[in-house]
Design a protein around this ligand. Structure first.
Ligand code: SAH
Length: 340
């Protein structure tokens, strides 16, 4: 039998695994503590398990780790990690410090299959989903880097479309929230999607994390041109799903809107956006397009951004302009890429 990574088990999976070894299911938290709080790299270190048990664990499982191939620090304090996976592929994750908070931006896939034309990750194509352990190891590396208590927020906005790796994503969220592991509040965890409507509904039925939807256009023609997913889930279908999400009482959806010069950044677009979102409990994050020589689009002008934001504000929307972060080390939105 080939050994399995013990970090690839969900909380329920770990409970079953304990049971199969003649132990009580409630001892699974002890495993979680060793793996995610102590961050051990061998079963030998799990001193409250009998020697015999540690030996059988060791025979059946290994404790997966990621290798840091490169760490870059931006002039604005962002840190980007290039991480090697066991099969030689790689992903990136970014720590973004801001106003006393430290947000970790996680990757969920090697590459991406959504093909958004303004995104560099899409250019690299899709290789595979990340496992539960590979996603959680990004968190362990970040915690180790900045001290555990300083990691305040998690966003699933790195490489890949998180909702296409839904089962692993939900297992990861459960472990992030569990007090025996990372103990994070669900308010501090945000999943961002390009608009996979059915999976978004399922995510909100099964977890209570915050959600962000990359809208990026106000009519189907434009959106389909820059985001192929729109052909499957056009704007009205996506927004209908958003309106009916089973969210907690005060929860608001975040709509991300990448402003691309001459494509979706006119005052007319701002007016259409304000109309589209009427009556929705939401806020809008405006992200000026991050240019890259491999991408054919251009950044919006400062004036266009200002005018766009002002229109939303005047119509009583919360509209936050996202300062581009980590640009000098290609760590900004849509710039993450493994080795290819
Ligand atoms: N697949 C998910 C999460 C990854 S992308 C999603 O689509 O939401 C995270 C955010 O970066 C998205 O809002 C996306 O629209 C934005 N983005 C992608 N490329 C960008 C670029 N070149 N400049 C600015 N934002 C970009």
């Amino acid at each position: 039998m080939t050994k399995k990574d013990i970090k690839d088990f969900s909380i329920d999976g770990l409970k079953t695994l304990m049971e199969e070894r003649g132990l009580k299911r409630y001892r699974a938290p002890q495993l979680l503590k060793w793996l995610y709080q102590a961050g051990v790299s061998s079963f030998e270190e799990m001193s409250n398990f009998k020697k015999e048990l540690r030996t059988t664990f060791d025979a059946d499982f290994y404790i997966g780790q990621l290798k840091i191939l490169k760490k870059q620090v931006s002039s604005d304090g962002c840190e980007k990690f290039l991480l090697e996976l066991a099969d030689g592929t790689s992903v990136e994750s970014v720590i973004i410090p801001d106003d006393g908070r430290n947000t970790l931006c996680l990757s969920t896939q090697v590459g991406c299959k959504m093909g958004c034309h303004f995104c560099l990750t899409a250019k690299q194509g899709f290789t595979r989903d990340l496992t539960i352990g590979e996603i959680l190891n990004q968190v362990l590396i970040a915690k180790n880097d900045i001290a555990p208590e300083r990691l305040t927020n998690i966003v699933f906005m790195g490489m890949g479309e998180p909702l296409l790796n839904l089962e692993n994503l939900i297992a990861v969220i459960d472990i992030l929230k569990d007090d025996n592991a990372f103990g994070m509040s669900s308010r501090r965890i945000t999943v961002s999607t390009c608009g996979m409507a059915p999976q978004l509904i399922e995510l909100c039925e099964r977890t209570d994390v915050a959600v962000a939807v990359s809208l990026n256009a106000t009519d189907d023609e434009t959106r389909s041109k820059i985001m192929p997913v729109n052909k499957r889930f056009p704007i009205h279908e996506l927004l209908d799903a958003c309106r009916n999400l089973p969210l907690k009482k005060r929860a608001r959806i975040t709509f991300e809107y990448v402003l691309i010069g001459g494509v979706n950044d006119s005052l007319d677009n701002a007016k259409k956006l304000a109309k589209l979102l009427t009556g929705m409990k939401c806020k809008v994050n405006l992200i000026p397009f991050n240019a890259h020589h491999e991408l054919k689009f251009k950044a919006p002008t400062k004036e266009a951004v200002k005018e766009f934001q002002t229109h939303l504000l005047e119509n009583n929307y919360t509209a936050i302009l996202r300062a581009s972060r980590g640009n000098d080390i290609s760590a900004a939105c849509g710039q993450l890429k493994g080795l290819s």
